[in-house]
Design a protein around this ligand. Structure first.
Ligand SMILES: C[S@@+](CC[C@H](N)C(=O)[O-])C[C@H]1O[C@@H](n2cnc3c(N)ncnc32)[C@H](O)[C@@H]1O
Length: 282
């Protein structure tokens, strides 16, 4: 996320406008996706929304300021944001790490906090691999992998027709149509079985329900699963590792890496566990 670069900007801009107690409530950072700045402002500070929006619109390249009003809801992960000032257009092109992502920030999710994960994955993909991205979104992992690694093929599955539409556009815009095969629908139904060297499970809340599918999608010779989960910080790695081992049903699974992707909510982390599934000898 570019959040860290944006840290402090609002405080500097508003230090002579807001009272001390208001400055304390002001968030340290904001998200920037393309030309849209997205802020989360506590209710007690909503009387200052206009001042915050004006300060953000003074930043080069920002044309729209939107307020995040809670968390993304539903299986199709629709964001809950409202434009508060500037250009009402929420469709944008977000440039990151040599990739262009077109999306409507009010309609589909794009997490700035996953920036490092989007840069990390392509570095892990070996030449000639077949990758299956089970919850592709607008191509957050698919596009950087297809662009910066040398996979033979990436199957990208997405159930939400709006996100799928952007996935198709992003595949075209980034010239990776010869590598990526987008598939629309529920991954339980449309995911190819027995083909993958690597399966990406970039979903939260119910990811474990799809672990048996991930095993089926891998080649019988095994492969790697990138398993994401939102989990109470106290059991941040314990629960995902337990779930991976439980689903293995006798197959050998080796944990390669565990990392916190971001703080999801107070006391809740978004984590990813990379697991190597050994060959199926059954
Ligand atoms: C949280 S978004 C994540 C996108 C991307 N993987 C990332 O991590 O940035 C999850 C995406 O999975 C899609 N999705 C949810 N359930 C699905 C399913 N059963 N089959 C295919 N896609 C699904 C949602 O529509 C959404 O676009």
């Amino acid at each position: 996320m570019k959040m860290w670069r944006n840290m402090g900007h609002l405080h500097v801009e508003l230090k002579d406008v807001l009272a001390d107690w208001e400055l304390e409530l002001l968030p340290r950072g904001f998200e920037r996706i393309g030309h849209v700045a997205i802020v989360s402002i506590p209710l007690e500070l909503h009387h200052r929304l206009d001042d915050v929006a004006r300060a953000l619109l003074r930043i080069k390249g920002i044309r729209t300021v939107a307020l995040r009003e809670g968390i993304i809801s539903g299986r199709k992960r629709r964001p809950n944001i409202k434009v508060i000032r500037g250009d009402p257009t929420t469709e944008t092109i977000h440039k990151e790490n040599g990739c262009d992502f077109k999306l409507d920030v009010a309609k589909v999710m794009f997490s700035s906090g996953n920036l490092y994960e989007r840069a990390r994955l392509p570095r892990l993909v070996a030449d000639g691999e077949v990758v299956v991205d089970l919850f592709a979104g607008v191509g957050q992992f698919t596009i950087p992998i297809a662009k910066h690694a040398k996979p033979r093929k990436v199957y990208s599955i997405e159930i939400n027709p709006i996100a799928y539409g952007y996935l198709l556009q992003n595949v075209r815009m980034n010239y990776v149509g010869h590598i990526v095969e987008p598939l629309m629908g529920d991954c339980l139904e449309v995911a190819p079985r027995g083909v993958a060297d690597r399966v990406i499970m970039g979903l939260l809340h119910v990811t474990h329900q799809y672990l048996p599918l991930a095993l089926e999608v891998l080649r019988p010779t095994g492969g790697i699963i990138h398993y994401h989960e939102s989990v109470p910080s106290k059991i941040r790695f314990e629960r995902p590792v337990k779930r991976l081992l439980e689903v293995a049903l006798g197959r050998k699974i080796r944990i390669l890496q565990k990392r916190v992707v971001k703080r999801y909510a107070p006391g809740v982390d978004h984590v990813v566990v990379d697991a190597k599934v050994e060959p199926d000898l059954a």
